[in-house]
Design a protein around this ligand. Structure first.
Ligand code: FAD
Length: 447
């Protein structure tokens, strides 16, 4: 094959979207992917009966227009997440039932939470998505963690704990790890806090029939031999007339420009020659991935529905922070999905798989009864153990990072351009953001 004009490193959604846009513009792009599969942080899991679930990203919601459009264009179908019935919350040794979006908080906690939400959303509106560091109060907001803000502004213990749980649910990181400015950026990037947290009307509204990885698989199929798997790039050299990407197995690819779509901490592990500017390198030194273990158990039926339960459960006191009914489209079996996030993910990641499984099922049983303890099958994935991701859902910004290093996030370094969910201004950290970032980087190299 002749040298392509552009190399794209990584065949997650960002890389595939970039290559698709370049190809649509009549240009040649070659995607180099380290794993033996495409999709990156999207990963389908096929149960023994043929039903499919997802161990990585899965939901798509309103205003995620690039993802919604692509799903349509690829001829894939969406179906609504299940949320009919009563939800459960475990707090202070008691199981509480609730409906709607109260998260089982008592009235005073709910009021506290709503007041805080209004304040945070008003602040978020002042954060420019393309340049959060230029917000009028950027330095003050970036000089503190979300945790310090919560300690000063929450009036009730439950409200405070609830917002800490919101932080781990969104970032898989603790409130003390995340800059207040980053939290505000993220809220604006995802439109509102409600939009980030909701199923119906929010980011968790729909799933892809057959699993979200089908989006990546369909894109890769269209790109055909322009996608090479098992090609881990470990060095990128740039000269006057082009770039050279060297893979670990010895393969060498040349092009005019390269788009690197890896999560920022992994992009930093590639050796660049000449070395990248200090600001860019220090940015990636400071961006950390969150910690999450996604756990799924499959049962003959979604038996909790018979008891009027939606399958949604939350707790700030139990290792599985949040549980959903993740049964496949069209029925045939029932699936409970649990997320272990942040601090808990680091602790449970140290357990032997059998011990972790027992603990998760114990958790499921504490909400849904003994039947939940005996699934037909169980599967989990600790994303921090995966060498080609090293944590999820994405990277978060600690205090001081946006204001001092943020300008380097998307700025090309010579012939090296940057994409990936973390570089998106809109729906940063999500599949939609990944697609937008790839399309943006394609326009950048074309220009
Ligand atoms: C458990 C979990 C749940 C999530 N839930 C949702 C959700 O419900 N909705 C949502 O919108 N988003 C969700 N996300 C986030 C979403 O999956 C990501 O934002 C998105 O998939 C990122 O795409 P990307 O292309 O930017 O990065 P990636 O998918 O990480 O792609 C980067 C690619 O680069 C490859 N790579 C790494 N190093 C090299 C190298 N040296 N050389 C070559 N290739 C390399 C990787 O193998 C990977 O394929 C979730 C993520 C996880 C893990």
């Amino acid at each position: 094959m002749n040298d392509p004009e552009f190399i794209v490193v990584g065949a997650g959604l960002a890389g595939l979207a970039a290559a698709r846009a370049l190809t649509a513009a009549g240009r040649q792009a070659l995607v180099l992917e380290a794993r033996d599969r495409v999709g990156g942080r999207l990963l389908n899991h096929t149960w023994s009966d043929g039903h499919v679930g997802e161990l990585g990203g899965q939901w798509i919601g309103p205003t995620q227009d690039h993802a919604l459009r692509l799903v349509r264009e690829l001829g894939l179908e969406l179906y609504p997440s299940y949320e009919t019935g009563t939800h459960l919350a475990y707090r202070r040794g008691r199981l509480r039932r609730f409906r709607g979006e109260t998260f089982g908080l008592p009235p005073w906690g709910l009021l506290d939470g709503l007041v805080a939400q209004r304040r945070l959303e008003a602040m978020a509106r002042a954060v420019p998505l393309e340049a959060p560091w230029s917000a009028p109060r950027a330095r003050a907001w970036d000089g503190q963690t979300l945790e310090s803000w919560l300690r000063r502004h929450m009036r009730t213990r439950v409200g405070y704990e609830f917002f800490r749980a919101v932080c781990t649910a969104i970032f898989c990181a603790e409130a003390e790890d995340v800059s207040l400015l980053h939290f505000l950026f993220y809220v604006r990037s995802g439109r509102s806090l409600d939009q980030l947290l909701r199923l119906r009307g929010g980011a968790q509204e729909s799933r892809v029939v057959g699993g979200s990885q089908r989006i990546a698989l369909a894109l890769a199929e269209q790109l055909g031999e322009r996608v090479i798997t098992g090609a881990a790039v470990d060095a990128i050299e740039q000269g006057e007339d082009g770039v050279v990407a060297r893979c670990t197995g010895g393969a060498v690819h040349r092009a005019a420009r390269v788009i690197v779509t890896l999560p920022p901490p992994l992009a930093a592990r590639i050796r660049y020659s000449p070395a990248l500017p200090g600001l860019r390198d220090q940015l990636t030194q400071k961006l950390a991935m969150g910690s999450v273990i996604k756990c799924m158990a499959r049962y003959p039926q979604p038996f909790w529905r018979d008891a009027g339960l939606s399958g949604f459960a939350i707790s700030v006191e139990r290792p599985v922070n949040v549980i959903f009914d993740n049964s496949p489209h069209g029925g045939g079996c029932g699936v409970l999905l649990g997320f272990i996030e942040g601090r808990e993910a680091r602790a449970l990641g140290e357990l032997a798989p059998a011990d972790r499984r027992a603990l998760v099922l114990e958790n499921f049983a504490s909400y849904f009864g003994e039947r939940a303890r005996a699934p037909l099958e169980y599967e989990d994935k600790d994303w921090s153990q995966d060498p080609w991701t090293r944590g999820c859902y994405g990277a978060h910004f600690a205090p001081g990072v946006w204001t001092q290093f943020g300008a380097a996030l998307r700025r090309p370094c010579g012939r090296v351009h940057w994409a990936g969910a973390e570089t998106a201004a809109v729906w940063s950290g999500y599949m939609d953001g990944a697609l937008r970032s790839g399309e943006r980087a394609a326009q950048e190299v074309l220009a």
